[in-house]
Design a protein around this ligand. Structure first.
Ligand code: PLP
Length: 314
């Protein structure tokens, strides 16, 4: 790929973090799980898309520690008025197979906005509390300050592992703590962290700013990095969050056939398509690191079972 793109291309393989089939959420859970254990929670309530990678890894972590994991999920959470017209597969495929093996309690709710999803999760948390249980609520994607801290540490790890700095670090961005944590971890380095937005949020950057404030506080910094600090590239999410994009699928096939490395359809394929575009425009150049955040079970979610008109072919 380096030759093909005219870059010195490197890849950080968080698809190989190992825990519960790998992915970036392992790094967040390293710091979220101690909070869950310290709170002596009976039940964790989280939310996300039906095929959430975070739910899978969180579910495994909870199970190991004897904590129930309830996941309130929607097929296509979306910003108001921006629901993708394609649908994700409806069967028990991909991450859902693993969630069941782990005993994650999946509560499906009808499609709606992200706010609808958060409200449904809040309602479930309240019901668990009313039943006398100690509840720990985890924000979507594990993007709490503790989750972001995991990627602050990941940035430090990258510095320790490389004998020279990268010009660019390219990473998929959705709930935001991966991008924000890396931004703080790589502060003072000449590296520019470029996030490729996998969401069609009207103001995705506002979410990064909110996480930045939480992480700055946790790190004891007097002032958080503001809006200008975050290089977030939009326009690569295709039909929207939670469904593949044609450009992403092409990028995935290109990388598979060039290097034997697979990407996931929801995040890393879109981010890699973004990298290909930015490299062609010479907006990204030199020594470049692509952060592979995992998501491999989504490759097997059965996308080909969904026709382009959104009807399930099964
Ligand atoms: C969650 C996830 C992301 C996005 O990370 P955020 O911290 O939510 O921005 C990227 N890739 C994969 C595979 C993920 O599961």
């Amino acid at each position: 790929m380096s030759e093909r793109l005219g870059l010195d291309l490197w890849m950080k393989r968080d698809d190989l973090t190992g825990f519960a089939m790998g992915g970036n959420k392992a790094r967040k859970l390293e710091y979220i799980l101690p909070e869950i254990v310290a709170a002596r929670a009976d039940v964790v309530v989280c939310c996300g898309a039906t095929h959430s990678n975070f739910v899978r890894q969180l579910g495994a972590a909870c199970r190991i520690h004897g904590v129930r994991c309830v996941a309130v999920v929607m097929d296509l959470p979306h910003p108001p008025g921006r629901k993708p017209t394609t649908l994700p597969p409806r069967g028990e495929t991909g991450n859902l197979v693993l969630d069941r093996m782990l005993g994650v309690e999946i509560q499906r709710v009808p499609d709606g906005t992200w706010e609808d999803l958060f409200a449904a999760a809040e309602l479930r948390a309240r019901a668990e509390r009313d039943a006398g249980r100690r509840v720990y609520e985890v924000p979507v994607g594990g993007s709490s300050a503790a989750g972001a801290y995991g990627f602050f540490e990941a940035g430090r790890e990258l510095i320790a592992q490389s004998d020279q700095p990268f010009d660019f670090v390219v990473v998929p961005t959705s709930s935001g703590s991966t991008h924000v944590g890396l931004g703080y971890g790589l502060l003072g380095q000449p590296s520019r962290v470029v996030g490729i937005s996998c969401d069609n949020e009207p103001d995705h950057k506002a979410e990064l700013v909110a996480i930045s404030e939480g992480l700055a506080q946790m790190l004891g910094r007097s002032s958080p990095l503001g809006r200008d600090a975050w290089d977030l590239r939009e326009g690569y999410a295709g039909p929207g969050y939670g469904v593949p994009s044609p450009e992403g699928e092409r990028a995935n096939i290109l990388l598979a056939r060039t290097e034997g490395i697979f990407l996931d359809p929801i995040y890393t394929a879109k981010a890699f398509a973004g990298l290909l575009d930015l490299a062609a425009k010479r907006e990204v150049f030199g020594r470049v690191l692509f952060w592979h955040t995992g998501g491999m079970p989504s490759v097997f979610a059965g996308w080909n079972d969904v026709a382009s008109d959104g009807e399930n072919r099964r």
